[in-house]
Design a protein around this ligand. Structure first.
Ligand code: SF4
Length: 338
């Protein structure tokens, strides 16, 4: 279980039972520095980016979600469901480094009932199956043993005829989610990569085998489940690396009883100029492949440009994953390869 070095509690958070409960929990822990903030502004972290990152990754902020307009979340879902922002992991390529570069801490929201109430409004307005993604701005699972917010959310969606919930994680502390009435309305996916990539770039996260074990456990609990394989690096020897990964998956699940096909979402590596700058500031000797001259520049949906692999490389990647996954001996479904 993750033990933070410091916990910062925003002023309004103590007005909620979960805020009080988290305050009591962390107050009991002698190694955790608990600070009651005078406002809802987070203060006290170092200014310099690298130091800030290191301190932030050991810090939990307990706050109230004020914005109740949920962002869209293509291609994974209709809307983001914000229970947590940030993550304790230290993956070099993480999109949170860019999106929340100035806020490298994990912030948990205590007004979960308000957030779920808003989700209900969206479901009612849409009048069709509406999907919410719980990991668009975080990996929410490391916080679950403290907050139980995912459990509450899973129970909520279990009762929603037209609401669906999905989240993805690299962590495997799923035990507290196993006995819930999920009603097949929550999909728990695991984010995985080739073993060498995990060891090299995904610091402070569980190993590949621990993640595969986590997947087996949620499948036994009859959750719909799947994998996000991302980011896929198309560097020398990639076919062998990812071939080994797909072999591992096939071996692991060929004899598992499945109630639902295992889904696959596969995303090639891309980066922006801003991301590259931030990564190089935080991880001084990063070996992430980010040579612009080898990539194709493409404008993204939010107006900024990103460097993606060349068209031929992406076509080869698509073909490779399609052909290998089609041979799996268990029921499966590819959602997208991009
Ligand atoms: Fe980012 Fe996911 Fe790694 Fe956390 S586990 S640092 S969210 S990539």
């Amino acid at each position: 279980m993750f033990i933070p070095s410091s916990v910062l509690i925003e002023k309004d958070a103590l007005e909620y039972p979960l805020g009080q409960q988290l305050y009591e929990t962390f107050k009991e822990q002698s190694k955790v520095d608990v600070v009651l903030l005078k406002s809802n502004r987070v203060t006290g972290l170092p200014k310099e980016r690298r130091e800030k990152y290191e301190a932030g990754k050991k810090t939990i902020v307990i706050g109230v979600r004020k914005t109740m307009k949920f962002q869209s979340c293509k291609p994974s879902a209709h809307f983001q469901l914000p229970l947590v922002t940030g993550c304790i992991g230290q993956c070099e390529y993480c999109y949170l480094n860019t999106q929340f570069g100035d806020k490298p801490y994990t912030r948990v929201y205590v007004n979960v009932d308000d957030i779920l109430g808003q989700a209900k409004k969206y479901i009612d307005e849409m009048k069709e199956i509406t999907i919410f993604e719980g990991a668009a701005t975080s990996d929410p699972l490391p916080m679950e043993d403290y907050t139980h917010s995912l459990a509450k959310t899973i129970n909520f969606f279990g009762l929603q005829e037209k609401g669906r919930f999905r989240f993805v994680s690299k962590y495997n502390n799923v035990d507290s989610l196993l006995g819930l009435d999920h009603g097949n309305h929550t999909e728990i996916r695991f984010s995985i990569n080739a073993e060498d990539i995990i060891k090299k770039f995904e610091h402070k996260t569980p190993s590949l085998s621990q993640r595969l074990l986590g997947t087996q456990i949620v499948i036994e609990a009859k959750y719909p489940s799947g994998f996000i394989i991302a980011p896929v690096f198309l560097e020398e020897g990639w076919q062998k690396q990812y071939g080994n990964l797909l072999d591992d998956i096939d071996r692991t699940f060929s004899n598992v009883m499945l109630d639902h096909p295992i889904t696959f979402e596969i995303i090639s590596h891309r980066f922006t100029a801003r991301a590259k700058n931030i990564i190089n500031e935080v991880f001084e000797n990063s070996e992430l492949p980010m040579d612009e001259t080898e990539r194709k520049f493409k404008y993204g949906q939010f107006g900024y440009g990103k460097y993606v692999y060349q068209k031929e490389q992406l076509e080869e990647m698509k073909m490779f994953f399609q052909q290998r996954i089609e041979k799996f001996s268990f029921p499966h479904k590819i959602l997208y390869i991009i």
